[in-house]
Design a protein around this ligand. Structure first.
Ligand code: SAJ
Length: 403
């Protein structure tokens, strides 16, 4: 293989689809991941994550020799960092993966190269990495193009959104922005919006915080309506008839690896100024706790009224409808909490998008529904919407399955 044009560091949910897409466009892409299994899987033309259309894209790109994976970077012209930015204690972002990925390529950099961070990062990270690079390679100062361009795709629709969504691109100077815009222009059909690195970093955090705050509003309404004996789904539907009102849907909490996480990147750096953003996180976390408490109360009530322990169906484990992703899932948290409080009741745990789980015994949704005295809807999976006639069952619908 000739020298690749692009090195992609991090071959996960975003890095791998992006690498495959660029390679499909004809560029030579060298993907880097610290996990040897991931590297071997990709080099066989296979994938290690679930994402529609990704398998085919990787198979094709590896098959025609444009995509190759390894545990180490090689010299290229463009380096893209797409590694996770997890949390340390107290919800503080940890950019050590971004930093070590950057340090790994510093010896390879040469004048005119383009370095891009896509990982969700606290404001100022791109500048910080620029200083790390130039401290090690002072002769390159002002001779590299350095930019931040957040990914903003929805899991489950990544291959489409990577191409069609607009992108926000912020360089550490105008030349870097232009260089990065030219790079993305080769495969993105959405509009490319130019800004500076700090604004681009903040933009990503604000997008997900905005959604979190709006969901918190819906979740708060669900708590109020429960006390006021009003159907929150009907209420929101009616309020949304107003031409300038658009309330989102309440649920059993907010999950996933983005919306439940990114707001903390703002709160930890600007705690005094981010009251609403911080409170929204609390409201959304509290909603999950509240749901678990509701199940507990319902089960005790049932036993009092019927003189026997109820059979309880816990419907859904994924973090949102119609996916198999359980990471940071509020439904999973609620199931765990309910099971911790179990006292000889019979439980059926349902997740139609997965066959097996290493902790939970999964029951078919229809079987569980038919047998249960108490049905708890945690996720609005499409299968659940087909369930009919609860009859005598007590239904706790936290997901708006029935409405
Ligand atoms: N949720 C509600 N009520 C709603 C909508 C969502 O409770 O009305 C819950 C879901 O059940 C889920 C959580 O919110 O638990 C997040 O789901 P989501 O579908 O809103 O978002 P993600 O995490 O799959 O993807 C988000 C997207 N961000 C926005 O829509 C602003 C995606 O565009 C980002 O690329 C992604 O985060 C990311 O990587 O940051």
């Amino acid at each position: 293989m000739q020298q690749p044009e692009v090195v992609m560091i991090g071959l996960g949910y975003i890095g791998l689809p992006t690498a495959a897409l660029i390679a499909q466009g004809g560029a030579q892409v060298h993907g880097v991941d610290i996990n040897q299994n991931v590297v071997d899987t990709i080099n066989r033309g296979e994938i290690h994550i679930v994402e529609p259309d990704l398998g085919q894209a990787v198979q094709q790109a590896v098959g025609n020799g444009n995509l190759k994976a390894a545990t180490k970077a090689v010299p290229a012209n463009t380096y893209i960092i797409v590694v996770p930015t997890p949390f340390k204690d107290k919800n503080e972002p940890d950019i050590s993966f971004v930093q070590s990925a950057t340090e790994g390529i510093i010896p390879l950099l040469k004048e005119g190269d383009l370095y891009i961070i896509e990982s969700t990062s606290p404001v100022g990270t791109t500048q910080k990495m620029m200083e790390v690079i130039y401290a090690a390679r002072p002769e390159l100062r002002d001779k590299l193009y350095i930019a931040y361009c957040p990914e903003r795709v929805l899991p489950g629709n990544v291959m489409h959104e990577l191409v069609h969504n607009d992108r926000v691109i912020g360089g550490i100077d105008a030349a870097s922005t232009d260089k990065a815009v030219a790079f993305y222009g080769a495969y993105v059909k959405g509009a490319l919006h130019k800004t500076n690195a700090r604004t681009a970093e903040m933009c990503k955090l604000v997008e997900n915080s905005s959604r979190d705050v709006q969901i918190a509003f819906a979740n708060e309404l669900s708590l109020i309506c429960d006390k006021a004996d009003i159907n929150v789904w009907e209420l929101i539907n009616l309020a949304n008839k107003h031409p300038r009102v658009n309330i989102l849907q309440p649920g059993c909490g907010v999950g996933g690896h983005c919306i439940a996480v990114d707001p903390y990147f703002i709160v930890s750096d600007y705690p005094m100024e981010s009251k609403i953003i911080g409170t929204a996180r609390e409201v959304n976390n509290y909603k999950s706790f509240w749901c678990a408490e509701k199940v507990q109360t319902a089960k005790l009530q049932y036993e009092l009224e019927h003189g026997r322990k109820p059979k309880i169906a816990l419907m859904g484990l994924a973090f949102k409808p119609d996916i198999d992703d359980l990471r940071e899932s509020p439904a999973k948290y609620i199931v765990q909490r309910v099971l911790q409080n179990a006292n000889n009741e019979e439980y059926y745990i349902v997740e139609p998008n997965i066959d097996q789980h290493h902790v939970f015994k999964i029951t078919d949704y229809q079987v569980a529904y038919d047998k249960a005295d108490i049905v708890v809807f945690l996720v609005a999976h499409k299968e659940f919407k087909t369930l009919k006639n609860p009859g005598e069952k007590l239904v706790l619908d936290f997901a708006g399955v029935i409405k």
